[in-house]
Write a protein that binds this ligand. Structure first.
Ligand code: ZN
Ligand code: ZN
Length: 324
């Protein structure tokens, strides 16, 4: 190796060390999620399924029988602090013992449970209904879910630009504003595992659009952020498609042959173009569906009114003919 090559290799290594980016810690996604049931009353289902991705990263899935949303929640453990991303769709601790389960998973430090930060991908109630289980617990801090609260907590002073950094002790998690599905939406990038926790911004299901322009900008922002970082998986808040890419009926408690949870970088990189060619109502891609629920409702209402006018017009014509 030439002297120049050695110097450039050394400086490259120094850059990597200085930036703190090393190879992501590998983990397992080899798990079969409880698929719920056509008749939840006839079978028993554990309210929470816990999967250990790697010893410091836990994936929790709320039973489809407890809530059709079947939310995925994520617990990331550092040496000083842990982070829980989302608290799911069920508040009642008897039906969904979330806080109890999380406390059991948390390691001890100095004879006490590790401090916990509870944050949300966005304010929709299926991502924060479990908050009340945490508010009175010692050493637990719950991030507000309203936009001003999110901005203030993470110190975003140029929302939706910029990123915030959470230091969990030997583990940094970056917070990236991703409005579009909802104005408060953020994604979390975990430097330890190289996973992007994407909430409802990107998931194998319906990407419900509140603001298409903001959504597209968010996709571009995340793509730009990931340009210099390793990405292993994109893990979202729900699975709403089967393995063939077809959506389950909205509200279904039964998901046979679910699509895998994890999405890949390509699913993200095609998103801006998907928005550019979006017809404003509905578009199907292999791993997700773009849908604007408000526009679709208005579209359906317009069709319903048109049908009604046609029926009334037809009836009046019929009556006139009979009279004459
Ligand atoms: Zn949502
Ligand atoms: Zn959701």
């Amino acid at each position: 190796m030439s002297r120049v090559a050695v110097i450039s290799t050394v400086s490259m290594c120094l850059t990597i060390v200085a930036q703190g980016w090393s190879q992501p810690v590998p983990g397992s996604l080899d798990v079969h999620w409880d698929e719920g049931a056509p008749d939840c009353g006839a079978t028993t289902h554990e309210p929470l399924q816990v999967h250990v991705y790697e010893p410091q990263t836990f994936i929790l899935r709320q039973s489809l029988c407890a809530s059709f949303e079947g939310n995925f929640l994520y617990l990331l453990v550092g040496s000083e602090k842990a982070l829980l991303i989302d608290t799911g769709a069920v508040g009642d601790p008897k039906a969904m013992p979330l806080a109890k389960t999380i406390l059991e998973l948390l390691p001890d430090k100095d004879g006490k449970k590790l401090p916990l930060l509870v944050a949300h991908t966005h304010r929709h109630s299926d991502h924060r209904a479990g908050d009340p289980q945490f508010v009175s617990l010692p050493s637990v801090q719950v991030v507000p879910f309203d936009l001003n609260g999110v901005r203030a907590f993470f110190d975003f002073n140029n929302w939706p630009n910029g990123t915030a950094h959470l230091d969990l002790g030997g583990r940094t998690v970056d917070v990236i504003p991703t409005p579009g599905h909802n104005e408060t939406h953020v994604a979390f990038y975990d430097e330890r595992t190289g996973i992007l926790f994407s909430g409802d911004f990107l998931l194998p299901g319906r990407l419900l659009i509140e603001d298409a322009a903001a959504y597209r900008e968010s996709a571009l922002r995340v793509i730009d952020f990931l340009k210099t970082r390793p990405l292993t998986h994109i893990l979202g808040g729900h699975i709403e498609l089967n393995s063939a890419g077809r959506a389950y009926r909205f509200g279904s408690h039964y998901h046979p042959n679910e699509h895998r949870l994890e999405l890949a970088k390509e699913d993200l990189t095609v998103l801006p173009a998907a928005f550019e060619s979006f017809n404003g109502f509905y578009a199907r891609y292999p791993d997700y569906i773009l849908a604007n629920p408000i526009r679709n409702l208005i579209g359906l209402a317009v069709i319903a009114v048109a049908v009604l006018i046609f029926v009334v017009w037809g009836l009046r014509r019929l009556l006139r003919r009979r009279r004459s």
